[in-house]
Ligand binder design. Sequence first.
Ligand SMILES: C[S@@+](CC[C@H](N)C(=O)[O-])C[C@H]1O[C@@H](n2cnc3c(N)ncnc32)[C@H](O)[C@@H]1O
Length: 390
Amino acid sequence: MSSSTGQDQLTLTTGSLSPAAVAALETLRRQYFALVAPYMLRIPGSDVLATAPAQEFLVNRLLEGPLPQPEAGYARGFWRRVLPVIEAGVHAIDDDDEAAVDERIYETVAGLMAAPSTNAEGAPAQSHKTFLYDLPNNAGERSVTLLEEQVAVQAGTTGLRTWTAALHLAHHCIYSQDELFGSVEVPPIVEIGAGTGFLSIVLAQLGADVIATDLGGDEEDEEGEVRRTPLARLKANIELNTSASLRHPPTARPLDWNLARAPVSERGESWLECAAPAQSGSQRTVLAADVIYDPEIVPLLVDTIHELLQPWKATGNDDSAATAPEPVAIIAATVRNEQTFALFLARCKAQNLDTELLQLAPMDPQHPTFWDTALDAGTRVEIVRIKRNA
Ligand SMILES: C[S@@+](CC[C@H](N)C(=O)[O-])C[C@H]1O[C@@H](n2cnc3c(N)ncnc32)[C@H](O)[C@@H]1O
């Protein structure tokens, strides 16, 4: 699923459309798979949408392509906005023989009207969501498909949907590798509080060796049902994106920040694995997105970063990393509350960690790499680089 998605077919079906019309249809496609709220959709004019090649595009690239469809409630809202635009164009063309709404679009909409939009328990629907992006240097399109909840908090956790800061940090990982990592190669990564796994999957697509961590443990309850912990969802989402073109998917591991102050022997294997040098010999860069939101958790979070940044040799386990570069952490923070953010910076200082706010060119809101549907779209996002003080 992470491979390029049908460029030849695109050329065939859009032959008579102008480049601007193709670009507008592509935007609509990316918005559709990212579940952008129907009222925010950028819908091409009816003069474009009613044409046969544009409708062919919608059928081939939205309805019949390889990507999993959004859940029915979203798709209904999408077609409620798009279908009238097609119909208006068809009526305006006014030649009975040629212009018509494609039957496959009508059939899809009819099917959607009959489909339920909530799950069996009546809870708000989950949906597949696919983020599409272009690799640098025209190296092709990539996709990340996730199973996500459609609400901010579900099953007592915020980890079942992708948040704004992760989209921004992924954008910088793709297009600003040098400024972010000081190298054109993405270093080995450990992501903490990885949630749906979006950022870790993008990094693995960029070729990085990634461990993605979150809360979780015994994923099956007594009846053998898989529990909706962040770690269970993280594993399922990694599985969804594992294909021939993603040969080294992220490894998912439990890592609970509450254990940062526990003796090393009580933390569990995954703490050691995350702090140890990767195969390349360097310690992992610690990444996280939208983990600074609860003042009570901030001290544990900073302790976790502090632990993962300790030079491996100092733990007495190995001396293979003696000459490796000093490990760093890069945290993307959505600043909803200045005091919580200030608390995070102050705790870092108290732990002898040096913080630097990176000045990176933000995602272009008119042409964002990733269409944002999170609750805090448009909120300030800071990218903080953290090192141990010399
Ligand atoms: C707001 S979500 C962000 C998820 C993801 N990074 C993103 O940006 O989409 C916060 C994440 O921190 C995780 N988290 C909260 N407390 C944690 C703890 N004590 N140990 C490990 N992870 C924790 C949650 O499970 C959740 O995945």
